[in-house]
Write a protein that binds this ligand. Structure first.
Ligand code: NAD
Ligand code: AKB
Length: 325
């Protein structure tokens, strides 16, 4: 385990960041995890259990000030514009995902931080990539601005490792499914919305067709993958910013059947939009043997165990009148 003491999580108000902050506070101590995001109306837990700073990641000076002020020695960079929003605002996606990211790398280099973790995505792949069991090393020609920024991020991560000896790590997350904080504008968001709409409205209109099959992962596995990679022995890693990580893979038809099994009156209709083409350009499943070999990655949840958990968690939230952030 690395001897990291104080971590800055940027983009902490998002779907993954809001839950990762809580997990990291459990591991490193509440006072040692500083959360930051562009928006101020984040999940209350971020401010209730530790420090919070408002930060635009494209502001390099303020980023450096926060790192110095809190004696930060590692950064988790979750600030991003995801695929669907990125296609509506490509320049914003470039600015946050590339200019913001390079600010993180430069502050880490200049202030000699011990680690940067920055996620990549299955969006690095494109229509010319093999779609089944997509290899770790393969064609990276994405057709979305989001994917282009993620490929660039992976290359930059490797560059900083080789040129400066900076400890940079990253995973190619699949679609992440969770119930605490709603997803922030990705193509895989349907796999979260279907559960909420099934329970609250009894029906869901899906923006991709029923045969769309993508790799997905439940949040507890996502958090475990992230902290396991953060704590892995850097000297044993052959890859750095680009680990494929798989967990499950299902079509929307199979997902809808899993929901129907638990919410019998559930109905689904399909109205594919521009996100269909994005989904069709991504893998259906990934080969994550490098992650398994280099840092022991192993997922726990499948479609059935995740669906049981999602549905009971959302029902509990509704009973307690406490819906997601
Ligand atoms: P999200 O959209 O839910 O959260 C991103 C956060 O970044 C938001 O809270 C947003 O306010 C913040 N942000 C945006 N612009 C900012 C700026 N200029 N300065 C500071 N903060 C800013 O995203 P997420 O799903 O939590 O994703 C986290 C990371 O994981 C991203 O790098 C994303 O590409 C990657 N990822 C996510 C998924 C997924 O399914 N959730 C899959 C693959 C990769
Ligand atoms: C998105 O759909 O944009 C994200 C991702 C897979 O990167 N969930």
């Amino acid at each position: 385990m690395t001897d990291i003491k104080r971590i800055l999580v940027i983009g902490a108000g998002g779907q993954i960041g809001s839950e990762l902050v809580v997990k990291l506070r459990g591991i490193y101590g509440n006072e040692n995890i500083v959360s930051a995001d562009l928006k101020d109306d984040v999940c209350p837990v971020l401010k209730e259990t530790g420090l919070y700073e408002q930060l635009n990641i494209t502001d390099a000076q303020r980023l450096a000030e926060i790192v110095k002020k809190h004696k930060i020695d590692a950064i988790v960079n979750f600030a991003a514009i995801l695929s669907a929003v990125g296609e509506c605002h490509p320049m914003r996606a470039w600015d946050v995902n590339i200019n913001g990211f390079i600010n993180v790398m430069e502050v880490a280099r200049e202030l000699k931080l011990k680690q940067v973790l920055t996620p990549s995505s299955i969006a690095v792949f494109g229509p010319s990539t093999p779609r089944e069991n997509t290899p770790q090393e393969t064609i990276l020609r994405p057709t979305t601005m989001y994917g282009i920024t993620k490929v660039s991020g992976e290359l930059l991560a490797d560059y900083y490792v080789k040129k400066y000896g900076l400890d940079v790590r990253g995973l190619r997350y699949p679609g992440i499914i969770s119930h605490e904080t709603m997803p922030g504008g990705g193509t895989t968001d349907y796999a979260v919305a279907i559960y909420f709409d099934a329970i609250q409205k009894g029906k869901y209109t899906c923006f991709v067709n029923e045969d769309t099959r993508l790799p997905m992962m439940y949040m507890p596995d996502c958090l475990k993958a992230t902290t396991d990679l953060m704590q892995a022995d850097f000297s044993k890693l052959k890859h750095h910013g680009d680990f494929n990580v798989g967990a499950m893979s299902f079509s929307v038809k199979e997902l809808a059947a899993a929901v129907q099994k638990r919410v019998p009156d559930f109905e689904i209709e399909y109205k594919p939009d521009y996100r269909q083409a994005i989904a069709d350009s991504w893998p259906m499943s990934v080969d994550d043997s490098a992650a398994r070999q280099e840092w022991g990655w192993k997922p726990q949840y499948n479609l059935d165990t995740m669906s049981d958990d999602m549905i009971s968690a959302i029902k509990k939230k509704i009973e307690n009148n406490k819906l997601s952030c």
